[in-house]
Design a protein around this ligand. Structure first.
Ligand SMILES: NC(=O)C1=CN([C@@H]2O[C@H](COP(=O)(O)OP(=O)(O)OC[C@H]3O[C@@H](n4cnc5c(N)ncnc54)[C@H](OP(=O)(O)O)[C@@H]3O)[C@@H](O)[C@H]2O)C=CC1
Ligand SMILES: CCCCCCCCCCCCCCCC(=O)[C@@H](N)CO
Length: 338
């Protein structure tokens, strides 16, 4: 029979493992997203988060190609990205393309390959939100948001994989990556974003499915999940955002595009398959892990247990905000005349 002190120390040690594990593990881990000397293609790289990602990766030694529609914005962005370069010899290019068109996504990536070789990393940041109450938005606006937020990623991923799988990497090279940008709302949808959020959830699903398939080619697939980003795109979405949506998302502090880029890259360097950019992102992801690969399995498991309980209360609290808002405005306020 073990003595009482022996039993107590065994229990204490067992309890300590999950607590110290998250602090010790990083000491043994390597950078899972090396970019120095590699070529990165970034969609939506002309402003907001995409531009911040481009500048950050340039500062880490990457050559960068950005893709978006507006030529002037692209040219201005390339200038900024070049200023962030780590050293001479890094190369930068902008390609104008509307990624909602499949052939255009293919052409843009072919152009980049002809200029600088097969991209090692393709990161999709292009996207846009036009918030509004679902029933009040016309069907063209609903369709447009599926096109810019989902189809642009589908076409880019398809073109990227076809190009990446034409020439295998030399042995010992770090793996290639596909990185998509989703949103925390893929984990927790909010009223007023229902034309946008399902496309972001589809991106998460595409990342999870392609991650498995791309083991065939040794290509790693990830998705990022920012909360509010104070970007040029955000300014535009504020113009049509319903008041109730502002109330619901009010508990999110928001981050600058540079901060989002930094936080996502930090987590991608640790190898996270689902990279959030803030603690709020961690809480929403924890409620929604499903079968997706964990980052730090000890912490992510314990945190998911805690959030499961917290969410029993938080879900109804968020919903009650909408009911409160209806009652404040009168039950008929949101009905329209036939
Ligand atoms: N802002 C926010 O609060 C949040 C944003 N996100 C997502 O993060 C990503 C970055 O957002 P944000 O920083 O706000 O970006 P912005 O809206 O500020 O910029 C969007 C970028 O995408 C490009 N783009 C848009 N449509 C197309 C298209 N059809 N073809 C090619 N390029 C296109 C734009 O250039 P151009 O117009 O010239 O084509 C621009 O470079 C997006 O995917 C967004 O959905 C996620 C969570 C929160
Ligand atoms: C215990 C946990 C409590 C958490 C409470 C829930 C808070 C939800 C906040 C959601 C913020 C949504 C940001 C929208 C980002 C976006 O994608 C758009 N701006 C589109 O560009």
């Amino acid at each position: 029979m073990p003595s009482l002190p022996q039993t107590t120390s065994a229990i204490a040690l067992t309890a300590a493992i999950p607590i110290i594990y998250p602090f010790i593990m990083p000491l043994f881990s390597s950078n899972k997203l090396p970019v120095d000397g590699r070529l990165v293609a970034i969609t939506g790289g002309s402003q907001g988060m995409g531009l911040s990602v481009a500048k950050l990766l340039a500062s880490k030694g990457a050559s960068v190609a950005i893709i978006a529609r507006n030529k002037e914005k692209l040219d201005r962005a390339v200038g900024e990205i070049r200023e962030s370069a780590l050293r001479e010899g890094q190369r930068f290019i902008a390609v104008s393309a509307d990624l909602t068109i499949a052939n255009e996504a293919r052409r843009a990536l072919e152009e980049i390959r002809a200029w600088g070789g097969v991209p090692d990393i393709v990161w999709t940041c292009a996207g846009e939100a036009f918030p509004g109450l679902f029933k009040d938005q016309d069907v063209q606006l609903l369709e447009k948001q599926v096109q810019t937020n989902y189809l642009s990623v589908l076409w880019t991923a398809h073109a990227a994989l076809n190009i990446m799988t034409q020439s295998p990497l030399p042995p010992q090279s770090p793996e290639r990556h596909l990185i998509f940008t989703s949103s925390v709302m893929a984990f927790y949808p909010l009223a007023g974003y229902n034309a946008y959020t399902p496309s972001k959830a589809a991106i998460r699903s595409l990342a999870d499915g392609l991650r498995q398939e791309c083991h065939l080619y040794n290509i790693a697939v990830h998705a990022c999940f920012p909360g509010t980003i104070y970007s040029p795109g955000f300014e535009i979405e504020q113009l049509t955002k319903p008041e109730i949506t502002k109330i619901l998302e009010g508990s999110d502090e928001g981050q600058s595009p540079d901060e989002v880029a930094k936080q996502c890259v930090k987590r991608l360097e640790k190898g996270h398959a689902l990279a959030v950019s803030s603690f709020m992102g961690e809480t929403l992801r924890a409620a929604s892990w499903g079968a997706s690969p964990r980052g730090n399995w000890v912490w992510d498991t314990i945190f998911a247990w805690i959030i499961n309980v917290v969410w029993l209360f938080m879900g109804p609290v968020m919903d009650s905000e909408v009911v409160k808002y209806r009652k404040k405005n009168g039950d008929e306020a949101f009905y329209s005349a036939p």
